[in-house]
Design a protein around this ligand. Sequence first.
Ligand code: UT7
Length: 325
Amino acid sequence: MTMLRTVVLGCGSYLPSRVVSNAELAASVDTSDEWIVQRTGIRQRHVAAEGELTSDLAIHAARAALASAHVDPQTIDLIVLATSTPDNTFPASAVTVQAGLGITRGAAFDLQAVCSGFVFALATADGLLRTGTYKRALVIGAETFSRILDWSDRTTCVLFGDGAGAVVLEAQQQPGERDDRGILTTHLRSDGRHKSKLYVDGGPSSTRTVGFLRMEGRAVFKHAVAMITDVIEDAFRTTGYTANDIDWFVPHQANKRIIDDSAKKLGIAPEKVVMTVSQHGNTSAASIPLALNTAVKDGRIKKGDLVLLEAMGGGFTWGSALLRW
Ligand code: UT7
């Protein structure tokens, strides 16, 4: 029996032009290129220019995704923007993106699940598209974490960067089989008992300020691999696919060691892992679409490939998505 599936039509990404190397950071905080590369795999990050906003990054990425999908923006009726660094407390940055793209129909809203934001946004759009209410969606992850970093705290400022990535999605009738194109399954989780391990120490209701990112890195690291593998095993159980069936593993890009350990624990071969963390650091909700777009552009991810996404971040939140490109 045929069923509606959410199929990816195209993707795009954007990184601000200013690149900050590890060496440049080592000039202002007590760190070194060697420490950062060894512990995280990060070599550089991009930082938005003064006055360059999350919505600006998102619009660049969205335009690139629309162009790659050969889709007229006017046919988009849903925009879900995953971000923890919106332009303003409100309105949602998604409506700025909507207006920037000249779209006047449908719905646009922000979704906040920190580093898991893209997977949460993808699952949300998938649910809305499969109801038949919406036809074409833009799912965007965009962040300017440089604005919430304490640049004197070496334990956090070396880890994060700015960027954006987007996908265009369409509801399509598929045969309703395991090898359908589109999103096959998504699994989302959160556990607020861990909220003090990774948080921002400000906000409109608590301090009336924006605040700075604070993290117990070691504690986050300790939970990350177990949570990631757990939610991927959910995806395997639901679909019957195994690690051997995966063509590309596109994880959240926070730390090379977390990615390597997760792939190893799951039995995913290293050559199937898309790794871009060295080039942009942890860009939170933007990291998965940035990595996806890299692997699509360089010809690794092709139509029909089985692609596994996962993320874990503040909250804690974590999730997986399995899709056929
Ligand atoms: O997107 C999801 C959110 N975030 C994450 O996934 C991050 C998860 N955590 C991590 O990636 C790692 O825990 C870090 C990269 C943050 C840290 O690596 P680690 O191997 O867990 O190091 P550590 O925190 O145990 O620190 C080891 C040492 C400490 O010194 P002592 O106490 O051993 O003397 C730190 O003070 O490294 C020191 N250190 C640094 N040294 C040079 C911490 N940051 C730096 C730094 N440069 N930037």
